[in-house]
Design a protein around this ligand. Sequence first.
Ligand code: SF4
Length: 367
Amino acid sequence: GLPAAPPPVLGKRRVTRQLHVGAVGVGSDFPVSVQSMTTTVTADVNATLQQIAELTATGCDIVRVACPSQDDADALPQIARKSKIPVIADIHFQPKYVFAAIEAGCAAVRVNPGNIKKFDDKVKEIARAAKDHGTPIRIGVNAGSLDARLMAKHGKATPEALVESALWEAELFAEHDFHDLKISVKHNDPVVMVRAYELLAESCDYPLHLGVTEAGPAFQGTVKSAVAFGALLRQGIGDTIRVSLSAPPMEEVKVGTQILQSLNLRPRKLEIVSCPSCGRAQVDVYKLADQVTAGLEGMEVPLRVAVMGCVVNGPGEAREADLGVASGNGKGQIFVKGKVIKTVPESKIVETLIEEAMRLAEEAGPQ
Ligand code: SF4
């Protein structure tokens, strides 16, 4: 038969230049990718590679590692070689580490124009080294470390100030005929951040890396990032994303992935459609939803599973899903692809759903 139509998305992608971070294409020809950053000491090669492996298993596309010292720079060749996903070296202050990271075979280098001292006169050499190695550069402007010149001019880290800093730096690279650039203009306030990216998107055709910086602990950071990325991705702005959380980086990847899946920018995998419960509920919906989610974690096939508390919306939602349960009277009606296949006692709901999900996954074959 005909291939299924792609799921609808909210906005047309902003057309950008393309580049490659290792094997990952970045720009409007490629899917939006998810990044995170290791929290280990980079010089501790084993710990860093271990965390990169965990990030990879969680679905991270590109990983960034900090490089604040010579020991960290010395660890880069081994990390870049052994990581299964592209490694970006994150450099502040020291141009010499930029050269070390390029030589080390890092897939890209992130520089912060506000934090690299005497950076501007090094641009020519950096551009040459990066070009020789085919290494893209991310210009990562951050509200917390805005260039002193622009801070003086704008008074604070306004959207205009962030964008001016980024474009100034990009122009320095462009003067040396280097265009493999990706840009970010991060701010901790989603409103300022969104405005900055909108301005930047109008002013250049470089791919953009989205981030709300210092977004906070998991709950606040998740909400801030989701609303800000949503506002931008809805306009087609954003080519890579990083959710910054004061939480383990694997959580950042899960949130980033979920944001992209929610917007149909990445195929949805397991999706639990569960009701909020209400006075009509005849079963503990929270517990049931948690148990089903836990039981199906890591499912690689797209599967919509409805967990509903009663027979009001229950059967309707359960029928729309691939798999579902509508509870009532101490029993659960199990639906598969819109048909009731059996009714089981409440105590058997979770195991029956998991069994049926596994069966559907098997039928779908390897993804
Ligand atoms: Fe309430 Fe039933 Fe709707 Fe759940 S499905 S929110 S229990 S009416």
